[in-house]
Design a protein around this ligand. Sequence first.
Ligand code: C2E
Ligand code: CA
Ligand code: CA
Length: 641
Amino acid sequence: MKTYNLDFLIAGLVLLLIVLYHFKKQKKLDSANNRIFYFFVITALADVSFDMICTLLIMAESAELAALTRVLLTIFYILQLTLPVALVYYAQTLRETSLNKIRKEMIIWFVVPVIILFLIITNYWNGLMFSIDSYGIYHHGPLYMLMYYYALLYAGILAFLTLIHGKELTEKNVAVLWEFLFIEAGCVIIQALFGTYLTTGFGISVGVTVLYLTIGNPNTYMDHMTGAFDKHYFDKWFLEQQRKGKPIHVITINVPELKHVNKIFGNNVGDRLLMYITETLQQISPHVQVCRISGKKFFLLMNTLADYEQTRDKVLNLFRKNFDVDGRYVPFPAIICGIINGEKLPENTFISYVDYMTSVVKNSRETVLIQSDEKTMNGFIYEQEIDIFLNEAIEKNLFDIYYQPIYSIETNSYITLEALSRLWHPTLGYVPPDVFITLAEKTGQILKIGLLQFRRVCCFIKENEHIMKQIQHIKFNLSPVEILEYGHVQALLDIIQEYELSFSYFQFEITETVATEYSAHLYEVLDLLLDAGVTLCLDDFGSGYANLNTVLKLPFSCIKMDRSLLRGLNEDPQVAFFYRSLISVLHGMNYRIVAEGVETKEEEEKLREWGADMIQGYYFSRPVNSQEIVEILTKFPNSLI
Ligand code: C2E
Ligand code: CA
Ligand code: CA
């Protein structure tokens, strides 16, 4: 009688039970990947158990148990048949979330298992693979090695699929799958060499444990500090809901004050606050899952409107009060966004949509709730379309330039023009520059647009150089991105030279925002421009929170008062007083002043009285195309308008 050593199988069984216990207990996504992993562990467990029972029965060589041994061995063979298929399936779920799709792709790999299944079942009668005689003694059949070849074949299939789909899998996943194959191959070789040690089942258990520890563990999708799920989990969850056609409702929480809390109360308090918040959010409902997407951003995921409403109210209550950390009352306002039916958004845009919604209230010091509605979603979808269109517009140079004349109070004539970009979408129509310039600034496309448009302005001047006798210069807007990009300003100067134009034909407008961001590079760029002979104008003065001390140190020859400063000028004496005082202060510092956004006669009269140098606004003229601007200038040569 042959004796076998069962120690390895017992060890394997223990390993699998530990993995199963932890996996069952963990919070996890109901995904194809997790379902197949669970199936794989259960099959491995059954396989090792049947391996052990059958070995004991074979060793017993009992005539009474012969029939039972035959049945159990058949089941064991079926399990041996299933395991490699489950492993290959599992490997496919690492790159593809739809089980149906995987099934379709794998259909040809099912031919062999089906044939072998037929052989295993018929083996009961013909003993081609094994037989148990009436004394209960085990005999190899002529196809005894078939199961080994089969395992080898499936190892080959797994290796093959891993190679061809390597790009869709992460490096880590590929490495772990290879590791699994090597462990199992090693254990099969040991069993083949030392027949008494049953290491094949043990190899599977070790392989499953390795999978669990590296990629199969749902905890790998967890934020370790708070115990919430992480961004990977959110991505997988989102895809999974889309695949199942479930509604996607998400409440997002942004805590912009985290940096301040860390600074004032210490990192410890900040961390504990985040942990407390996660715990509280996790208790809202078992149907609501909490993800920490980044340091300051949480997403609460759910599928029903009832959950959405209940969660939204609880979250608002939580953040409207100060938090108590060791008796210290810490204010921790949040920007909360509610998004219903997120599945309606274009693919892969959910996070950008949340940023789009939050950007409206960047500077809030109080907890605010913004709920997504059709208008916001359409606004976002509109921007997305424009964003896509911008690439085409740049490639085909579809932009245009309009010019708005600026009137001099001193000479009673137009003294300069501002060049303003224009863009039309074939179906959406006129696209406001505030939309496409802001988008282009975010993506960096503004650099290309800036160059195209500047070339257009130079071309316009070249064709109409006579107008430069009448006006001092043409104003061209430079975005902060353009100024801070190394070499961009030099490229603009090169274009002026290419067209053989005078540098003094140009004045660049720069907004307060860039002027307040002091950097050595900014000074270098401004020097470059001034040395060449280009002048500078500070744009949108008074629209933000400029640090006057820094701004006014920069070499501007002109300051353009933002049109928001004019709001309420006629009704509110305070506004009028403020505007008037600004003019006198800035004049005292030798700046020339442009009043922007003048729309009425009253405004124009007041500004004239207060001594503004120039006026830009619809009262005189809207921005017009190049042909019209030449006509306007020709119609009013240096004289009263
Ligand atoms: P901005 O530099 O402040 O330009 C002045 C804006 O005020 C223009 O808007 C102009 O049409 C508008 N405006 C002029 N007079 C009045 C008025 O009396 N009432 C009102 N309500 N508005 C008036 P526009 O053309 O829509 O441009 C918006 C912004 O887009 C510009 O603001 C500028 O920041 C940016 N922009 C436009 N073209 C370019 C460009 O080629 N490059 C860069 N970097 N930015 C540009
Ligand atoms: Ca401007
Ligand atoms: Ca402006």
